[in-house]
Design a protein around this ligand. Structure first.
Ligand SMILES: Nc1ncnc2c1ncn2[C@@H]1O[C@H](COP(=O)(O)OP(=O)(O)O)[C@@H](O)[C@H]1O
Ligand SMILES: [Mg+2]
Length: 342
């Protein structure tokens, strides 16, 4: 049975104070969407007297009353980390207040990537590459070596969870086990960088209906200035179904931007998923396990080269760290079942 949800009167009054001069609230419309979990917040569109959408409002669910505020704080922290130019892409919700014990935010209204053909086709082809480029700039700006504490919290712990998990599937477990071996043998020095963790098609929007132009990113509830940035690149690639050879190229560029060897992408991404599992207790087992299987399968399809035998690299390669990265892609392609054999 559908349950009617309405924003409290106090929230309406607070929104009214934000309305641009000459506009008044005409209606507040609940966005009806399938709620994937009980803690999903309620989303509303605030329309002015002419029926024009002016604000997007997000009111936390009663079981997660801080969710809307937390997303706004995370968007802010991410923006501070990347600087004002890159932060333009962030649709940052503004904290409005707490109503019935549940925080509420408003944000400017964005548009979904074209819902009509051929607009849809063009935007869906063009926007992901812009996002990839933005992510490379974010990486350049925010990457640093993980501290001992971060190694533990963001890599070692999450990888142990994935390596021992009975239901994530063999490919995901194998990647995690190999990553742990690399980590402990010192073959992999993990990095941290700003990460959004959910850059999929529905979270990439545009400011105006114009075909070209910078996209805008929404849904900042999991973002952090110190996370697993490669996960975002892989997430965009998979969600937009980008051609695999171009994804490899984008990953190489991302790796170059943060001086990380591209062969560690799979380790990084599986650690990211383990970390999300540990920090998002509301996720159902079913969703997590299917994400793990899908991610490992996708990483297998990308055929990221396995960890090479530890032969000393030529001095010139060691100096830049990039020659080895690029050449890695010319190595033998592996499928998912090859992960973790080394
Ligand atoms: N600023 C916005 N303007 C217009 N629509 C929005 C805006 N933010 C979110 N939406 C719509 O609401 C949907 C869900 O919002 P989102 O913040 O992504 O929450 P969820 O965590 O439920 O995915 C989006 O996919 C989009 O359709
Ligand atoms: Mg979303």
């Amino acid at each position: 049975m559908a349950v009617a949800v309405a924003l409290p009167v106090e929230a309406r009054a607070a929104i009214a104070r934000w309305m641009p001069a000459g506009h008044v609230i005409g209606a507040i419309r609940l966005l009806q969407r399938p709620l994937l979990s009980v803690d999903a917040s309620h989303k509303f569109l605030v329309l002015d007297q002419h029926g024009t959408p002016i604000f997007f409002a997000d009111w936390s669910a009663d079981v997660a009353p801080q969710a809307a505020l937390r997303a706004s704080e995370r968007a802010q922290a991410f923006g501070d980390a990347v600087g004002p130019t890159l932060a333009r892409w962030i649709v940052a919700p503004h904290a409005l207040g707490t109503y019935h014990g549940r925080t509420c935010t408003i944000a400017p209204v964005m548009h979904e990537l074209g819902s009509r053909n051929p607009r849809r086709g063009l935007q869906r082809r063009e926007k992901p590459w812009r996002v990839m480029q933005w992510l490379a700039s974010v990486a350049q700006r925010t990457t640093r070596a993980a501290t001992a504490q971060e190694r533990q919290a963001l890599f070692d712990g999450p990888l142990r969870l994935m390596a021992q998990h009975p239901s994530v599937g063999t490919p995901a477990r194998d990647i995690a086990r190999q990553a742990l071996r690399d980590l402990r043998a010192g073959r992999w020095q993990p990095i941290v960088q700003a990460a959004h963790y959910d850059i999929r098609v529905p979270n990439v929007m545009v400011q105006s209906k114009a075909l070209l132009g910078e996209p805008r990113l929404i849904d900042w509830g999991s973002a952090t200035p110190q996370g697993h940035g490669f996960f975002d690149v892989v997430c965009v690639a998979e969600s937009f179904r980008l051609p695999v050879p171009l994804v490899r190229w984008a990953l190489r560029r991302h790796a170059a931007a943060c001086q990380q060897d591209v062969q560690h992408v799979a380790s990084h991404c599986i650690a990211a998923l383990g970390h999300l599992r540990m920090t998002q207790p509301q996720w159902s087992d079913v969703i997590f396990e299917s994400m793990a299987r899908q991610l490992a399968d996708y990483l297998g399809r990308l055929a990221i080269p396995p960890t090479p035998a530890p032969t000393p690299a030529p001095a010139s390669t060691q100096a830049t760290g990039h020659a080895g990265m690029a050449s890695g892609w010319h190595g033998t392609a592996v499928n998912a079942s090859s992960f973790g054999d080394g």
